[in-house]
Design a protein around this ligand. Structure first.
Ligand code: CA
Length: 424
C-alpha cells in the first residue's frame, strides 16, 4: 500500500466531516495568498499548505530534489517534470508532516504561521499551464444518446465508436479555473426552418460534465506510449466543465467537428487529485465488445468509482441537483485514450490536458449535459424555485462536484463552479 493512502492515518489539522480533503488526499494546486505571488500548495480539510514556505523552512530537504525552484513556480509544470517518483515522495512527505504523531511542524510556530492558512484566505489559480488540450467522447451512454437524438435511433453509435477512443484537438487558451465567469458566446446559428444563418447570442448554452487528466511526462515525436507505460504519464485528474453552445455546434460542426461552440471557456476544478490518491477506488470498466485491437488491450482495473454531481442555481437562488453520474461508466479508460493518442507518433507534453468526454450514466438522471437531461429541450428540468430549464440561462451558476468514497474515507475534487453571464 502507498504510505499516504493508509486509512488509519489521522492528521493534527482539523478536517470537517465529509471533507473532500482528508490527509489521504494531498492534492496539488496553485494558490495566491493576498499580496503574494502564486505558488504550489496542497490542502487538508479547509487548510491550505504553502509548499514554497515549507521548502524555505527545509521540510523537503531530505527528498533530495534537483530543483527546489519548482515550489516557487506559478504553475505545477516544473514540479510534474521531476517525475512520478518525486510526485510520490512529496505526497508521502506531506502525509508524514501532517500526521497527528509528527511534531516537526506543529511545534514550530514560526513555520506554522507562514505555511498554513484558510482556504478562504487565498485565491485559487489555474494549476498548470495547459499546452495542448484534447477532448474525448468516451461515454457509451452519452454517444448513444446523442446518436439517437441527432441521427438514427437504430444505429446510434457510428461504426468506429467501439474500435477507437474518438476525440478531437481542442483549444487550451480558454481553459480557466473554477470561479471564472463566462459570457454567453455570440455566433452563427441556423435553425432547420431558416434559409440562411443568423448571428447573435447562442440560445442553447450547455455544460458537459467531464473529468480531465493531466500528463506529467512528455514523449518524443514519433514514439508511441504503450498502454503499459501510460500510468507513468498521468499525474492526476480534475473536474471539467466543457461548456458548449449547441446551436452554434449544430451549424458549424460539419465536416470537421466542433470549433467555436466549444472554445468560449472550459472550466476545471483547482486541485489536481493524484492517481495515487485515487488508486484505492479503481474498478472494472464495462466489457468492451467487440474486442479492441491489441494496442488498446489493457490489464487490471482502469476505471475509477468517482461519484459526480451537477447542480444549477439561478442568480440568488438555491442549488438544485440536476445530475448524478459516475466516472466508472466510461467505456474507454484514460490509459486507452493516451495509448491511442500517441499511436501515430504524436508527442505529448507536460501539462497537456485530456477531457473524458461527457460522462453520462445509464439512467435519465445521470445524463451529463442539459442536451440529454432535457432531451433536446423536449423535457424541461424543474428547479427548486419552480422555474424550468431546457438549457443554461444568463446568470445561472453550474457547480460540479466529485468524490470517491469507501468505508474508510472520501477522496474528493472540491468544486468546479461556472457562472454564465449575458453575451457581450
Ligand atoms: Ca466535451
Amino acid at each position: 500500500m502507498i504510505a499516504a493512502n493508509n486509512p488509519r492515518l489521522k492528521t493534527w489539522i482539523e478536517v470537517p466531516e465529509n471533507s473532500d480533503f482528508p490527509i489521504q488526499n494531498i492534492p496539488f494546486g496553485i494558490i495566491k495568498p493576498a499580496g503574494k505571488e502564486p505558488r504550489p500548495a496542497t490542502r487538508i480539510g479547509d487548510t491550505v499548505i504553502d509548499l514554497s514556505t515549507l521548502t524555505d523552512f527545509g521540510y523537503f530537504d531530505e527528498l533530495d530534489i534537483d530543483n527546489y525552484g519548482v515550489f516557487l513556480a506559478p504553475v505545477l509544470n516544473d514540479f510534474m517534470a521531476l517525475g512520478a517518483p518525486i510526485w510520490s515522495a512529496v505526497r508521502n512527505r506531506l502525509s508524514e508532516l501532517f500526521n497527528i504523531d509528527n511534531t516537526e511542524l506543529q511545534n514550530n510556530e514560526g513555520a506554522m504561521a507562514n505555511c498554513l492558512c484558510g482556504i478562504n484566505d487565498v485565491e485559487m489559480m489555474l494549476p498548470v499551464e495547459v499546452g495542448d488540450y484534447t477532448d474525448f467522447y468516451s461515454s457509451i451512454e452519452h454517444a448513444t444518446n446523442v446518436g439517437i437524438m441527432f441521427r438514427d435511433p437504430e444505429n446510434a453509435l457510428l461504426p468506429n465508436w467501439k474500435h477507437i477512443p474518438v476525440g478531437y484537438h481542442g483549444r487550451s487558451s480558454s481553459i480557466v479555473v473554477s470561479g471564472t465567469e463566462i459570457h454567453r458566446p455570440m455566433g452563427q446559428t441556423k435553425g432547420d426552418d431558416m434559409k440562411a444563418p443568423s448571428f447573435g447570442p447562442s440560445r442553447l448554452v450547455d455544460f458537459e460534465l467531464e473529468t480531465a487528466f493531466i500528463t506529467g511526462k512528455s514523449s518524443k515525436l514519433g514514439e508511441h506510449v504503450s498502454i503499459e507505460e501510460t500510468d507513468d504519464y498521468i499525474f492526476g485528474m480534475v473536474l471539467f466543465n466543457d461548456l458548449s453552445a449547441r446551436d452554434i455546434q449544430k451549424w458549424e460542426y460539419v465536416p470537421l467537428g466542433p470549433f467555436l461552440s466549444k472554445s468560449f471557456g472550459s472550466v476545471i476544478s483547482p486541485w489536481i487529485v493524484t492517481m495515487e490518491a485515487l488508486q484505492p477506488f479503481m474498478v472494472e470498466g464495462p466489457k468492451q465488445e467487440p474486442a479492441v485491437l491489441p494496442y488498446l488491450e489493457f490489464t487490471g482495473k482502469k476505471n475509477i468509482d468517482i461519484n459526480l454531481e451537477v447542480s444549477l442555481s439561478p442568480e440568488d437562488g438555491d442549488d438544485t441537483i440536476i445530475c448524478n453520474s459516475n466516472f466508472k461508466f466510461m467505456y474507454w479508460n484514460m490509459n486507452q485514450q493516451l495509448a491511442h493518442h500517441t499511436i501515430n507518433g504524436c508527442n505529448i507534453n507536460i501539462g497537456d490536458m485530456y477531457g473524458s468526454g461527457t460522462i453520462s450514466g445509464p439512467t435519465p438522471d445521470s445524463y451529463g449535459s442539459m442536451l440529454e437531461l432535457s432531451w433536446k429541450g423536449t423535457k424541461p428540468i424543474k428547479l427548486s424555485d419552480g422555474s424550468e430549464r431546457k438549457f443554461i440561462q444568463d446568470n445561472d451558476t453550474i457547480t460540479m462536484r466529485g468524490h470517491a468514497q469507501n468505508s474508510n474515507y472520501r477522496i474528493g475534487f472540491g468544486e468546479c463552479v461556472t457562472k454564465i453571464l449575458p453575451a457581450k
